[in-house]
Ligand binder design. Structure first.
Ligand SMILES: Nc1ncnc2c1ncn2[C@@H]1O[C@H](COP(=O)(O)OP(=O)(O)OP(=O)(O)O)[C@@H](O)[C@H]1O
Ligand SMILES: [Mg+2]
Length: 221
């Protein structure tokens, strides 16, 4: 496949209390290599659900999701997590750092799991680049929101993923930190020729992407 990602007629529904909720309906779109896309839409429109599906953290009810040569909608959980570990970096609004691990450990763990050489040194290099050289040994609770998000992004890019999924990465940050985070993300995709899918309410951020996808009531407009 010459596209990085292709969604074909994807549906996602949840069955709660015998009530079927259609969260995503008939969603189809493609993402090129090196493309940057923002996803915008009202609260509850299905943006996070879409990110979870693409990252293989949630399974589609029907439809096809292809990532590179893999049809992830057909694969088992352990196969999907291996593809994710090697190819996809996910950044969430609420960081999800490991609370009892330092900034350095949060990043080096990812490299260790993937059996990279010198995980600590590599983690330190990335954190230094993100201006966190004085915060390596701090726990997440000892870091500001902007610093925690920088650690979370350092962790997500440590394996040099081809695709970054970012779900409102600046949602909790002031404008100065938002600016810094968006610079870090766009510098990464430019340098590594990666693709970025970013959910954001921030127009400045959305306007920096090549393409904008609008989602309304679980459908793409
Ligand atoms: N596990 C679940 N079970 C049932 N319904 C769910 C589940 N997860 C999400 N939903 C529903 O799916 C819809 C879309 O949720 P989603 O989190 O994708 O929205 P969103 O666009 O990310 O919103 P926000 O901007 O507030 O983050 C919502 O109506 C939500 O209640
Ligand atoms: Mg959301």
């Amino acid at each position: 496949m010459n596209k990085l990602l292709k969604l074909s007629r994807v549906n996602l529904s949840y069955n709660t209390d015998n009530n079927l909720i259609n969260v995503l309906q008939d969603v189809s779109f493609e993402v090129d290599y090196t493309e940057t896309i923002s996803i915008v839409g009202e609260s509850g429109s299905g943006k996070t659900s879409l990110i979870m599906l693409i990252g293989g953290l949630e399974k589609a009810s029907s439809g096809k999701i292809q990532f590179k040569e893999f049809e992830i909608s057909n694969l088992k959980e352990d196969q999907i997590s291996e593809i994710r570990r090697k190819n996809i970096g996910i950044v969430f609004q609420s960081y999800y750092l490991i609370p009892n691990y330092t900034a350095l450990e949060n990043v080096s763990l990812t490299l260790e799991i993937n059996k990279m050489q010198n995980p600590e040194q590599k983690a330190k290099e990335i954190l230094d680049r993100f201006g966190l050289d004085q915060r390596l040994n701090n726990l997440p609770s000892q870091l500001s929101g902007g610093e925690q998000q920088r650690v979370a992004i350092a962790r997500s890019i440590a394996m040099k993923p081809q695709l970054i999924l970012a779900d409102e990465p600046t949602g909790n940050l002031d404008s100065e930190n938002s600016h810094l985070i968006s610079k870090i993300l766009f510098d990464y995709v430019n340098e590594e020729k990666a693709s970025l899918i970013i959910v954001t309410h921030d127009n400045n951020l959305a306007n920096q992407t090549k393409r904008k996808i609008i989602i309304k009531d679980g459908r793409i407009g």
